[in-house]
Design a protein around this ligand. Structure first.
Ligand SMILES: Cc1ncc(COP(=O)(O)O)c(C=O)c1O
Length: 384
């Protein structure tokens, strides 16, 4: 076997290309790249200093937070394992259930950290596709666009037969608000679910995440967590309790923002014939496909010329797609979409001058206005 191939097979994954990109590219002035809601301000939580403390009785969970999370999820507190965001929840869940060499099936497209974490743990990752043409359905025969209860149940039965577990990352579940089904944890003992207050509620800074698992596994998760973080920041636990007390109010704000922004995005999509898209009905992100041209070039142009960020589909193994997040403030979103429309016009009007390789994105020359004179403008974006 060639040495390079051997190294490739034995070298452990020790980083996430997507996370490195996200931490260095996400914060453009016009941000369509974030998957979560705009930050919910501390001032609106109406926190009183007397409600906070720096150190407290947090060992295998902080009891008030354990109870609040259990109540929110409709489970017993001994099924809840607190974690630093859904990211750490996913890591813990995989680390507790996987041995090196275990086979893991992960949907595609997916959040890149799920794949790199499984690889870091030495699992053999296999992917199954949820295709764009089928509306990303898990089962093509399923009529519903969402992963329905029945589909998940069937998955659970298959998993039981082969002694597998099913990890369901539910970080966007609450974006269904009143229509959200209850957590998949209730479907059977083989289900482990992860979630957090980070995305849908704009509370990323709290890092309030959790895992739901049957009590024996939950205990194993707590003990494994001792090797990672021992105890969390207690002030964050106290703030998480306050946030959970006011979750209805925070959810109402999130719902209003997402509904308004979704209309705006769908109006933008409606006016475009250079993208394949489906109307966004739920959630915080859309994943259209660029019909012609390079998504890397589009991303580079958008960032350089229009100060706007989107996430290239290559991070989801679908390089002709890009991700648009709609959780930002509405006026910012409107401007960002207008800028995206201009960049789409630019790349369709004239092929991008150089192939946009990673690392090349800040040195691209864009043809001057005068060079583009005389080109027909595309259909104007309809406003909502
Ligand atoms: C599917 C999925 N899971 C987990 C996360 C990370 O969530 P958290 O910020 O709670 O760690 C993300 C972030 O984009 C995500 O898309």
């Amino acid at each position: 076997m060639a040495r390079a191939q051997m190294i490739q097979q034995t070298e452990r994954v020790m980083s996430s290309a997507y996370m490195q990109w996200a931490k260095t590219h996400l914060q453009a002035r016009f941000n369509l790249a974030s998957s979560g809601l705009e930050p919910y301000p501390l001032a609106k939580l109406r926190v009183e200093i007397d409600n906070l403390e720096l150190t407290g009785p947090s060992f295998y969970g902080y009891e008030p937070l354990q109870k609040a999370l259990a109540k929110k999820c409709g489970v017993l507190p001994d099924c809840v394992v607190a974690a630093t965001g859904t990211s750490m929840a996913n890591h813990l869940a995989m680390a507790a259930t996987l041995k090196p060499g275990d086979e893991v099936l992960i949907e595609q497209p997916t959040y890149e950290l799920l794949v790199s974490t499984a690889q870091y743990l030495g699992a053999e990752v296999k992917r199954f596709t949820r295709s764009f043409e089928d509306g990303f359905r898990l089962d093509p025969n399923e009529v519903a666009r969402l992963v329905g209860k029945e589909t998940l149940k069937q998955l659970g039965e298959t998993a039981r037969e082969v002694g597998a577990r099913v990890l369901v990352d539910e970080v966007y579940l609450d974006a269904l608000f009143d229509d959200a089904p209850s957590t998949a944890f209730h479907l059977g003992e083989e289900f482990i679910t992860t979630n957090s207050l980070t995305k849908v509620y704009g509370l990323s800074g709290l890092r309030c995440g959790w895992i739901l698992a049957e009590p024996a596994l939950a205990k194993k998760l707590w003990y494994l967590n001792d090797l990672f973080g021992v105890i969390p920041a207690h002030a964050a636990e106290r703030l998480s309790c306050i946030a959970l007390e006011h979750l209805d109010e925070i959810a109402a704000h999130a719902r209003h923002l997402l509904e308004t922004n979704r209309r705006l995005l769908n109006a933008f999509f409606n006016a475009r014939d250079d993208l394949d898209w489906m109307p966004l009905e739920f959630g915080t992100v859309a994943f259209p496909r660029l019909k012609n041209g390079s998504v890397d070039a589009l991303c580079a142009l958008l960032l350089e010329k229009y100060e706007t960020s989107i996430v290239p589909g290559k991070f989801f193994d679908m390089p002709q797609h890009f991700r648009i997040g709609i959780g930002g403030e509405t006026a910012m979103l409107a401007e960002a979409l207008a800028r995206l429309g201009k960049a789409l016009f630019d790349i369709s009007a004239r092929p991008y001058p150089r192939s946009a390789r990673p690392g090349n994105s800040f040195s691209l020359r864009w043809p001057a206005k005068r060079e583009r004179r005389g080109q027909k403008r595309p259909q104007r974006e309809r406003s909502k």
